[in-house]
Design a protein around this ligand. Structure first.
Ligand SMILES: [Fe+2]
Length: 235
């Protein structure tokens, strides 16, 4: 006797599974598109905020862009994943946004700051975190910004974090921020050459700076390797 199995239910099951897979793939693509467009929108918003801040402080002009570019290169050199590299880049663009809330006469002061003035400038991290608080979809970038004035030995601000307690992006930004400040011309001094700057930063290893981060920065500076800006890719 020949037994004939009815395989229709299995076929239907396979069909349903295939439809589900296709639907999932479609939704995933849609989500990725939305995520990319949200990221692009965040970059545009960052640009707007940075333009407002840089209008106040002539010496900051271009600083955020250079720090972002270099910090992303260092992050890549250290083998961080693509999402982290992008978050480091974004944090680089936004790290000093709180300077919008700092008095202009202090920001542009050509001579050394008094202790009171310096304490006021330090407030830019807290102000920046308040300004950026609504951007809840970029928590990692916000954490990097929060940490950009922490020092490896715990003597930084605002939370006095030590070593690995400081987010990796915060440690990278600290090194690139110092590098850019030293290689830029200021009212009271000339710019320092990149190689000489790295030499001076070596003295800060274990104090302000993470040795692993500085080693990566040194490689990036030597190779002059840079990554394209994410917004340039968008643009
Ligand atoms: Fe800062």
């Amino acid at each position: 006797m020949t037994v004939v199995y009815d395989i229709t239910p299995f076929l239907a099951h396979d069909d349903a599974a295939r439809q589900l897979r296709e639907e999932l793939a479609l939704r995933t693509k849609e989500l990725e598109r939305e995520r990319a467009s949200l990221h692009g929108l965040t970059i545009d918003l960052a640009e707007t905020l940075i333009n407002a801040m840089e209008a106040k402080d002539v010496y900051l002009k271009g600083h955020s862009r250079r720090v972002a570019e270099q910090a992303a290169s260092v992050a890549e050199e250290m083998g961080l994943d693509a999402d982290q590299v992008e978050n480091v880049r974004l944090a680089g663009r936004l790290h000093d946004i709180g300077k919008i809330g700092i008095r202009e006469d202090i920001l542009n002061k050509p001579s050394a700051l008094t202790a009171e003035e310096y304490a006021h400038v330090q407030e830019h991290v807290r102000i920046g975190m308040e300004i950026l608080a609504p951007l809840r979809h970029i928590p990692e970038a916000l954490e990097f910004i929060h940490d950009h004035h922490e020092r490896f030995d715990g003597s930084g601000y605002p939370r006095g974090r030590t070593g690995d307690e400081i987010s990796i992006g915060g440690r990278i930004l600290a090194a690139c921020d110092a590098f850019d400040a030293m290689t830029s011309r200021r009212a009271y001094r000339e710019a320092i050459e990149p190689q000489a700057t790295i030499g001076q930063l070596e003295a800060e290893v274990g104090h302000a700076l993470d040795p692993v981060v500085l080693a990566a920065l040194r490689k990036v500076v030597v190779r002059r390797r840079t990554l394209p800006f994410i917004d340039d890719l968008h643009g």
